[in-house]
Design a protein around this ligand. Structure first.
Ligand code: WTA
Length: 680
């Protein structure tokens, strides 16, 4: 985590409370903190009643018998089960029901290309495209329960094909466009995907970049793949393989009718791979009803936007406008661009491009042009934009904004303050008031928000994700699993009970799910993060306790990055740790041991970087490389990353007693000195 050193004046500012504009609470769904507390208490004491009420937002094909199986304890056999016996379809809830209720011509999703092409989908036109894609998938033999891998940039087709999968009950596994073809292959193999959907090329900052062609020599090895479906983005000719299908053409000739598959509440909706402590990424499995209800409930209360579920007195065409800047390749895009806003009947914006192209105020331009009322981004994006100065923001009319938000990492004071004052135009002084900044803390595994302020009512503290969402009972634990009673003390962060949006399993490896999340602290789900609580009960997340590295909010596993570096022919071994970066939050610091006889050089560093990006994807760059003879390891051969982190950041290295090779530490410290100050 990046630490910023502040003057006492800044410290004073930072430790204040900040208040949401009072008018926001007048017509809010939860009007006061007292009401929030009452509802939270009820959700903990009587989860059945609470979630039964929330589940009324869903149109069920068949009602469920039981809200949840409370008997299911966190143990070896734990499988979360919510809305047991209920039948539904997520896409029916996102699209069809709104047409049936007479809202067919209202806007559901606005997709904007980086060159300003625009696709405004109404519920009807969205349904037409989704049905066409669904019929195309069926023609290619995709059936309920089949896995479909989707590797696409942020084109509108990404939304269409994911919804098409969910419509026919196929399980999508979306891979972030910034990952490599090799990582696509690993994920395809892990869940035996039948189909891969990929773009011919991607557009990035005005340039076309290859996508499908990167699969050459790799996709042929995926034995489960029956077809590679190519979505036309630039129109480049990328057909090379007998399993290639022109998916755009196939879609075009399909009918716009396709029934929604009747899904069981606990049928898988999607798999999303995420990095963990060790080994390969895990296929996080989310199921149908629990994920849907949890996503809807969190978004409805936290953002309080007007939507078809509850118009709050406005006409459908005057609904609030929701813009989440995440990539759909991450959980934020799944839950916060597609499933929750559409199911709530909100207007959701999906933007293809980067925040800085064609100009540095692109986000703010879109906010002005589309009358965005709720804007949700990542601290790393705020830091990047903050560098360009206030003028880039002030040029645009952001008066329609009601709430701002962040996700993915701690929103530290410098960027928080800038977001509050420059973007939100919030006041300073003794009792600052302004557009709230929703600090939402959650994970791929949790489906949606766990710790979060309710925009309209919760007094904020910069850097704090404040309080638990309904049904969430957070616990701060010590190494033994006992509750830490003291305030302002770092502890392990866990939850004592399941909630509807909790992942159900790791694809193909249920024991891995149980061992990773439920075993460290008996009777708890462990997040992998450290946290603390302050004297007023505000929670602060203090970063990962494991080997996950967050680079620009992207979650990367040390083991995966190392295996990509190690595949360089001149590398014998490597160890990576996070290193503070002013924009990215963290960047990758790699300790690299070369093969015997290989001479270290700057060119070799560059070559290793290039190689890693090729193998793992452009999102994975070991920005700092330090050559070393060896890395410190425990007697069982485990890399001691704690020590490597300390050496990289020139902190006290602490105890080296457990090392098998304590002699390497001295040498590493010397080498680190030679590297000098690291500038970005
Ligand atoms: C971190 C992203 C502090 C945390 C939705 C978590 C945060 C990991 C916050 C999950 C926040 C996410 N404040 N830290 N508001 N939000 N994190 O799976 O370390 O990509 O465990 O999900 O991001 O990352 P993931």
């Amino acid at each position: 985590m990046v630490k910023f050193y502040m003057s006492s004046e800044q410290e004073k500012e930072k430790s204040k409370k900040y208040y949401p504009l009072p008018e926001l609470s007048e017509n809010a769904r939860v009007k006061s903190m007292d009401e929030y507390k009452k509802m939270w208490k009820k959700s903990i004491e009587d989860p059945d009643a609470f979630w039964a009420e929330e589940a009324k937002m869903v149109d069920w094909f068949e009602p469920y018998d039981k809200v949840w199986i409370q008997e299911s304890k966190y143990d070896d056999n734990f499988v979360g089960q919510w809305f047991v016996g209920g039948k539904l379809n997520v896409v029916y809830n996102c699209i069809d029901r709104w047409i049936e209720k007479g809202y067919g011509d209202e806007i559901a999703l606005i997709w904007i290309g980086e060159d300003d092409t625009e696709k405004k989908y109404t519920y009807k036109t969205l349904k037409d495209d989704v049905c066409k894609a669904a019929n195309a998938l069926k023609e290619l033999g995709v059936e309920k329960g089949d896995r479909v891998c989707i590797w696409l940039p942020m084109v509108a087709d990404l939304a269409i094909v994911m919804l098409a999968c969910a419509r026919i009950g196929a399980i999508h596994s979306i891979v972030f466009g910034g990952f490599s073809a090799e990582s696509v292959k690993d994920r395809i193999d892990d869940s035996d995907c039948k189909l891969l959907i990929v773009a011919d090329q991607t557009r990035r900052a005005g340039k076309a970049k290859p996508m499908k062609d990167n699969l050459e020599g790799i996709i042929e090895e995926c034995s489960s793949i029956e077809h590679v479906c190519i979505v036309k983005v630039t129109g480049a000719d990328t057909y090379s393989y007998d399993k290639d299908v022109d998916f755009t053409a196939l879609m075009d000739k399909q009918s716009t009718d396709c029934e929604c598959e009747v899904m069981d509440a606990e049928d898988p909706l999607f798999i999303l791979y995420t990095s963990g402590t060790t080994g390969k990424p895990k296929g996080v499995v989310h199921t149908t009803a629990g994920y849907l209800v949890y996503g809807m409930s969190t978004n409805k209360y936290v953002w309080d936007y007007s939507c078809l579920i509850d118009l709050k007195g406005v006409k459908p065409k005057d609904r609030d406008v929701w813009y989440c800047t995440a990539d759909i390749g991450w959980i934020t895009g799944h839950t916060q661009i597609i499933y929750s806003p559409l199911a709530l009947g909100a207007i959701s914006i999906m933007y293809e491009g980067v925040p800085t192209w064609p100009h540095k105020g692109r986000f703010w331009e879109l906010c002005q042009k589309y009358n965005v009322t709720h804007f949700y981004t990542a601290p790393t994006a705020i830091r990047a934009l903050m560098k360009f100065g206030d003028e880039e923001v002030k040029k645009w009319d952001l008066s329609k904004l009601k709430m701002l938000g962040t996700v993915g990492e701690v929103c530290n004071w410098p960027e928080w303050k800038w977001y509050w004052t420059v973007v939100g135009n919030g006041s300073t002084g003794e009792k600052p008031v302004g557009r709230p900044i929703v600090d939402s803390y959650w994970q791929t595994e949790t489906g949606s928000y766990m710790m979060v302020n309710f925009g309209a009512i919760t007094p904020m503290k910069p850097g704090s994700c404040t309080f638990p969402f309904f049904g969430v009972n957070p616990k701060l634990l010590d190494e033994e699993g006992d509750e830490v009673e003291k305030t302002n003390t770092q502890a392990y962060f866990a939850y004592d009970r399941p909630w509807p949006g909790l992942m159900r399993s790791v694809w193909g490896d249920h024991p891995r799910f149980v061992n990773t999340y439920l075993k460290k602290f008996d009777g708890h789900y462990f997040t992998g993060d450290y946290a603390m609580i302050d004297d007023e009960g505000y929670y602060f997340i203090l970063g990962r306790s494991d080997d996950v590295i967050k680079v620009s909010g992207h979650r990367l596993g040390s083991a995966e990055v190392e295996s990509a570096i190690n595949s360089h022919p001149k590398v014998a071994e490597s160890a990576v740790v996070p290193y503070p970066h002013p924009v990215k939050g963290s960047t990758i610091f790699a300790y690299v041991t070369l093969m015997t006889g290989v001479d270290p050089s700057d060119d070799l560093k560059k070559d290793i970087q290039k190689h890693t990006r090729k193998v793992a994807g452009p999102a994975v760059l070991p920005e700092i490389i330090m050559f070393t003879e060896a890395v410190p390891k425990t007697r069982s051969g485990k890399i001691m990353r704690r020590i490597l982190k300390a050496i990289a950041t020139k902190q006290d290295i602490g105890n080296t007693m457990t090392l098998a090779n304590p002699e390497v530490v001295e040498n590493l410290i010397e080498e680190r000195e030679k590297l000098g100050e690291i500038k970005f």
